[in-house]
Structures are given as C-alpha cells and as structure tokens.
Design a protein around this ligand. Structure first.
Ligand SMILES: O=c1ccn([C@@H]2O[C@H](COP(=O)(O)O)[C@@H](O)[C@H]2O)c(=O)[nH]1
Length: 238
C-alpha cells in the first residue's frame, strides 16, 4: 500500500472522478482519498463504488466534535470498508479515544479496523498563522510533535502532518507510527494554498509513511503520466 501515492480526489462530483479515473489503465489499483467536497455531494456510495473497483480509500473527513458525536459517526464510518480515516487531534484525547472505540465497535467481526489517524496542524497553516490565529506560542514543529504524542497515547495509528515535521515526530513516537503527509509538490509544481511542502523524494528520505497528492495529478494535462512520475520519485526510481 505504502508504495503508492494517495491521490486526493478533490472533484465536485463522481462524474469528474470517473472521467479522471478513466485516464488510468483499468488494471492500475490506486490508493485514493475521498474528502469533504466529494463525500458531501455523493455520500457513502462513492466509497463503495471506488472499493468495488479495487481501489483503497482514505476517507478524509477530519472529524472534530464532542466525543459522543464522533464515536457514533465513527461507528457508521466503520461499515464503509475504508483503509484509513481521521479526526482532528485538537479535539483532544477523550475525543480521539471515543473515535477509536466507535470505529472498533462498528467494524464487523473478522474485518480489519480501519487505521485511525489525527490531523495535527494543517499543511496550509504557517507558523505565523498558527501562533496568531490559534494563540499557540510554541513553534509549529513543537505543536505538531505534541499532537502526535497525544495521538499515540490515545491509541491511534498515526498523524497527518507535513513532511517537514516527520523527524520531530519520529523522536517522540514508536517505530510503526504513521506519518501521512499531504503538502507534496514535485519540484516544478505550484504550491497553491499549501504552506509546508516537500517533494516526493524529500518526503521519502525523511521518513513519511504515505504521501497525499492532489492537484499536481488531478489538474495535470496528463494525469496518469504525472502519477507515474510522482510514484517513481516516491519509490526512489527517479
Ligand atoms: O493538513 C492537511 C490535511 C489534509 N490535506 C488534504 O490533502 C489534499 C492535498 O491536496 P493538494 O491538491 O495536493 O494540495 C487535499 O485534499 C487536502 O484536503 C492537506 O492538504 N493538508
């Protein structure tokens, strides 16, 4: 699974998703990310349509609410057959523990519990923004590493962070802790709204577990070629 970049399917509806996927060879089994834009339009059926085609799905809804609500929502997410899903670490340890309980309770006996990870600081946030908007006085790296430790202590599998913070997280957490990193930009790409970015090869070298890539593939004139280039760079085959 980890040798494939996760493609962020940030499209307005499933029409655009399948137009996009039709440009890939049918036998290419992908790891895709379904986020809020697509999920709120199409609902849970988009997940089953993708898994029935053999793709693995990261459901990126970033839950952040009171523990009871998040637990109940996670029970429902557990039935969708996704590989990974997430919450915001800022929801706190009680909320993260409740999320995990819900996910476990909702998973059918004999099936794998989806990996549960927590967003630390969004990759679109700079240190200055974090300090002024969230009134956090420590460095961005410290804030992310703190959230990662809290996440591990809550029993979750890992975090969403920028590749820039992976080394700091690895110092505080155990070996198999997942560092899933969006904000990935091949060296010739536009950053857009992302503030904390790295290239696929830099992310690999620093120890990211997974990379998430959206616009450099979805907005490309030749999406499959862009995907293969990024995948090769990620796998050290540049
Ligand atoms: O901190 C975060 C958490 C999630 N994301 C998501 O990843 C993709 C990135 O898309 P790009 O087009 O490659 O920028 C997007 O779906 C975000 O919702 C993130 O970027 N940062």
């Amino acid at each position: 699974m980890m040798n494939r970049p996760i493609i962020a399917l940030d499209f307005p509806s499933k029409v655009e998703v399948f137009e996009f996927l039709n440009q890939f060879p049918a036998e290419e089994k992908l790891f895709v990310k379904v986020g809020m834009e697509l999920f709120y339009k199409e609902g849970p059926s988009i997940v089953s349509e993708l898994t029935e085609l053999g793709h693995d799905v990261f459901l990126d809804l970033k839950l952040h609410d009171i523990p009871n609500t998040v637990k109940s929502a996670m029970k429902n997410i557990a039935s969708l057959g996704v590989a990974i899903t997430n919450v915001h670490a800022a929801g706190g340890r009680e909320m993260m523990t409740a999320a995990l309980e819900g996910l476990k309770e909702g998973t059918q006996t004999g099936k794998d519990v989806p990996k549960l990870i927590a967003v630390t600081q969004l990759t679109s946030t700079s240190e200055e923004q974090m300090q002024s908007d969230q009134l956090i006085k420590v460095s961005l790296e410290e804030s992310v590493a703190h959230y990662a430790k809290m996440t591990e202590l809550s029993g979750l599998d890992g975090v969403v962070c920028s590749a820039l913070e992976v080394s700091a997280i690895r110092e505080k957490t155990s070996e198999n802790f997942i560092c899933l990193t969006p904000g990935i930009r091949p060296s010739n790409s536009e950053k857009g709204d992302q503030k904390r970015v790295m290239t696929p090869s830099e992310a690999k070298a620093i120890g990211s577990s997974y990379i998430v890539v959206g616009r450099p593939i979805t907005q490309s004139e030749t999406p499959y070629e862009s995907y293969v280039q990024i995948k090769n760079e990620w796998n050290g085959e540049k």
